[in-house]
Design a protein around this ligand. Sequence first.
Ligand code: UDX
Length: 443
Amino acid sequence: MKKIAVVGTGYVGLVTGVALSDIGHNVTCIDIDHEKVKKMRDGESPIYEPGLDEVMTRNINAGRLHFTTSHEEGFVGKDVAYIAVGTPEREDGTADLRFIETVAKDIAQNITEDITVVTKSTVPVGTNDYIIGLIRDNLAKDVTVNIVSNPEFLREGSAVYDAFNGDRIVVGADSAEAGDLIEEINKPFGIPVYRTDVRSAEMIKYASNAFLATKIGFINEISNLCSRLDANVEDVAFGMGLDGRIGNQFLKAGIGYGGSCFPKDTSALVKIAESVDYDFELVKSVVSSNKRQQLVMVDKAKDVIGGLKGKTIALLGLAFKPNTDDMRESPAIAISRELLLAGADVKAYDPIAAVNAAHFMPDGVEYVGSKEEALSQADAVIIVTDWAEFKDMELSVFETEMAAPVVFDGRNCYGLEEVSRTNIEYYSIGRRPVVPEKVRVAE
Ligand code: UDX
């Protein structure tokens, strides 16, 4: 079993460190945030991730998982150092490597023995070459350092499950020995390891995320056609997915993707392409298509309820997907901005993301503590996140609480049959609207 340092305890770093300790390695997670480190030492995860606290506590108690703010303490005597700090998107769409650069210099200054540095953070193709150069230029002692690109493919909300059950582990090493070492470390996971060179590994991450984003963007555009041509996007996606070459995953139409990866990585890939004078038209379209898609339900609402000025609009769900409190690039942000701009009053409810939401959402949104409160006297509701709490609720709540039960469902939470048995006026993604008889007559 190896001695491992993991720098950065965000989603990627913390889950990676915890999982590596769970398969028997001795792991020290390093973070500059004292408060965070204190919490983690007590087995408390700073992020909402199902199952994480439990695995953390188990390994802290077994003496395999440690947390520190000290780089000296963190790197001394380690076989491997994982870099898992953020690479936020800059204004111009490129990845900001500030944190990576700091860590590279910290590693160089603090290591006392030969070490293999593994980059988990998503970094532009060529960055690992830059990182290893930076480390070698700043070394305090005469030691050998190797570099491995080992991108992560964890989904938020199922990150712990994914860490133990992923489809593949990609290892792009600068030497056979370094590659062997990382392959050996990961062996207990029992996940197939794919070995390649450093730059190809870096590209696999961007290509995978851009491909998945394209798949979602494609079905979303098809859903817009289905709406106009009276076809049903769910049947279409099912029929497409039966083709093994297409596959049935990531074909759920909705109000666009969000999160920490797809928006950032697609923009970064476009920039990476530009840096080598290549115009990546396809991914550029995916980016703009997704921006448009985030507003389809707002546009629909404007049409259906005759403008938004002075109307009260409820938002159900704020997080970019269920089972997370992550608000990064959530469609709820663009939707709220547009609603407020059009003069609507916005009342929002999310089971867990509301506290976090305030940092991301435009000013002027009112946050309430239950779906009933959000719906109370609303002129329309937009469902942004498909939380189970909304999918499983009695549809009669819309009728009893709202001024008028007009539902814009951005996640196709309900079956059309089920809705047809109510008095709800219902618009969803790529499916025919359900308009009750009396509303139709009134028109
Ligand atoms: C994603 C990738 O799945 C993961 O491999 C990568 O490492 C990080 O980015 P994540 O952002 O956690 O993970 O969420 P994911 O479950 O993939 O969903 C991303 C977004 O796409 C969400 O907003 C989701 O609502 C949307 N989505 C997903 C769809 O609209 N339709 C789909 O069919 C699938």
